[in-house]
Write a new protein. Structure first.
Length: 130
């Protein structure tokens, strides 16, 4: 939602909260903050790619059944390429606890993801988003 001046107030508020939490973390565990944030951002990027791969698979399958003429681009290796991408991403998630430096990132990423899901549910229930 934007205010009358076009400022995305919810995005600004959420960014401010995350920035504040980052500052708090940097005071609590200053020697680990970069490691946690770097690993968490990497895991978050993997979650994004996982979501993109899964969404692409289901979208393309449905569109091929219902309106195949809408798909102008033939994806090389589809649908196998989607399964390969999802498999490798899940392998990274599954093996990350084996590396001590990645555990904090995994926990940070899961925490961030849970936080965003909670914010989404709250905003959806208050009809602030569609």
């Amino acid at each position: 939602m934007k205010n009358k001046n076009g400022v995305p107030v919810y995005a600004l508020g959420l960014s401010s909260i995350v920035l504040f939490l980052t500052a708090v973390i940097s005071y609590i565990i200053p020697s680990k903050v970069f490691e946690i944030l770097a690993a968490a951002s990497g895991f978050t990027a993997l979650v994004n790619w996982l979501t993109i791969s899964i969404t692409h698979f289901f979208y393309r399958r449905k569109t091929l059944k219902e309106k195949p003429d809408r798909l102008k681009y033939k994806v090389p290796g589809w649908p196998i390429i989607n399964f390969i991408a999802v498999t490798f991403i899940l392998i990274v998630f599954a093996t990350s606890p084996l590396y001590p430096g990645q555990i904090s990132g995994l926990i940070g990423s899961i925490t961030l993801f849970a936080f965003l899901v909670i914010i989404y549910i709250i905003m959806k229930s208050k009809k602030l988003i569609n």
